[in-house]
Design a protein around this ligand. Structure first.
Ligand code: SF4
Ligand code: SF4
Length: 452
């Protein structure tokens, strides 16, 4: 009997509708005639623009150079820069974007590329490659991967946990990647483990992803790998780092700390895939798999999309909108962002495009708190959301902090279960953003050394 590890407190089982997308193969979206490429596609600083209107760009050419703590941006298609615009990226805010009109030939798309022998490369060169190719964490908080690796190395983490829980409602792109690109994904995890000087790798996979678990076990036994597969619960937010590590390590991350405190590095499944693509084939981060779902879309599925493709193009690719009064969301319905402009482009941070109908949104009038306690029971971090909300409303920020404000992971469980539709998470997230935890100073000596 398989043992499934779940986290003990809080969490919810929202309507997830994954069945409409998880069984179909990933397909390639049509290349758009115009790409709108934001120069900031992750948390952190934006890029310095390297092109002007009229510049000719090739596929994968560097068009935005980031400082050392950022991630570079590359041209997803060959073409001509038509103009520079200011746009708003749902997850990253306002930034400059380069508008590229497609023309010319692709140098990597559709070609058989020879895999690089990464094990013979010095570790610091592999990290430099990840930085040069603009790889960011594609699943959770989108930090540049090279940067996260530097911090993890400095903290001496000894275990890589590949996050394949994907508990966000509707989203199934990582499930599909695990099923269809298992070999690359395992290689990506091996590369990261190698960079962190460890061979302790745990694949934490949602227990609802049976086909993915089978693919992984087959791949690992073929390689005679020591990596383990661990099935974790399906309750939301199982894929959030504190809940994932509670299941894997059976320990809580102490308040104010992160996963490094448990000597772990959490690598998203999609990030493992992007890592392999970058290191093996030198592919810059210019495409990603996006789940397109919701009751309002004609043909839901998982689509590989060139970054810079607009939401409109992706929705058209999936047969268009088939229901009136829909809400478009980037991400998942609990933590995602409403998108009102369909010219918004897909970026490295776009995990899903949801076209939700009125019944899926569960629109209702906001009312007063009835002290039902549901938000408290749903909070996986053991917080009292209604109490935090009241403290924030009364401008008692420091009291809210003393009661755990900064421990909130913004999972959205509290807002989801609240019968009075009080925007608990939104209010807490806003209060938190004024007092962001310091992610740490630039490591002076990233300690990757020259040894292979
Ligand atoms: S959003 Fe924050 S307060 Fe609300 S349930 Fe999640 S962790 Fe708890
Ligand atoms: S779930 Fe909503 S109504 Fe119930 S206690 Fe929490 S805030 Fe109040």
């Amino acid at each position: 009997m398989t043992i499934v590890r779940s986290f003990p407190k809080g969490g919810i089982h929202p309507h997830d509708d994954k069945d409409r997308t998880r069984d179909g193969a990933i397909w390639n979206s049509a290349i758009p005639p115009i790409c709108i490429v934001p120069l900031r596609q992750h948390l952190g600083p934006g890029c310095e623009r390297l092109v002007e209107p009229g510049s000719r760009v090739t596929e994968g050419m560097l068009i935005g150079r980031a400082p050392s703590d950022g991630a570079h941006v590359h041209a997803p298609v060959p073409g001509i820069v038509r103009r520079i615009r200011t746009i708003t990226v749902p997850e990253c805010g306002e930034c400059e974007a380069v508008v590229i009109e497609l023309s010319g030939a692709f140098s990597k798309l559709g070609k058989d590329l020879e895999a690089r022998d990464w094990r013979s490369m010095p570790r610091k060169d592999v990290v430099t490659l990840l930085r040069d190719l603009g790889v960011v964490e594609l699943s959770g908080n989108p930090h540049p991967l090279h940067r996260s690796l530097q911090f993890a190395r400095r903290a001496g983490v000894s275990r890589v946990v590949v996050n394949g829980a994907e508990s966000g409602p509707y989203l199934s792109s990582e499930d599909r990647l695990l099923q269809e690109h298992c070999a690359e994904l395992v290689t990506g995890a091996e590369i990261v483990a190698h960079l962190l000087h460890t061979d302790d790798v745990v694949f934490a996979i949602g227990a609802d992803k049976k086909a993915a678990v089978r693919s992984l076990r087959r791949e690992l036994s073929k390689r005679e790998s020591l990596a383990r597969v661990l099935e974790v619960g399906t309750k939301y937010p199982q894929s959030a780092v504190p809940q994932l590590l509670r299941s894997v390590q059976r320990k809580e991350i102490p308040y104010g700390k992160d996963e490094r405190e448990l000597s772990c590095f959490v690598l998203g499944a999609a990030t493992a895939y992007a890592t392999a693509e970058a290191v093996l084939f030198g592919k810059p981060c210019v495409e990603r798999v996006v789940t397109v779902a919701g009751g309002g879309i004609a043909r839901p599925g998982n689509v590989k999309v060139r970054l810079g493709t607009t939401f409109r193009e992706v929705i058209d690719e999936c047969g268009g909108i088939v229901a009136p009064s829909v809400r478009i969301v980037s991400g998942d319905p609990l933590t995602g962002f409403e998108v009102t402009d369909l010219e918004t482009p897909v970026t490295k941070t776009t995990r899903g495009i949801l076209v939700l109908t009125r019944s899926e949104i569960r629109a209702a009038e906001r009312r007063s708190c009835i002290s039902c306690g549901r938000c408290v029971r749903a909070c996986p971090m053991g917080l009292e959301p209604q109490r935090l909300y009241k403290l924030i409303e009364h401008a008692q920020q420091s009291k809210a902090e003393a009661e755990g404000l900064n421990a909130c992971t913004e999972c959205g469980c509290c807002s989801h279960v609240c019968p009075s539709r009080i925007p608990l998470m939104q209010s807490i997230a806003e209060a938190k953003s004024e007092h962001l935890l310091d992610y740490g100073a630039e490591p002076q000596n990233p300690q990757f050394g020259n040894q292979a």
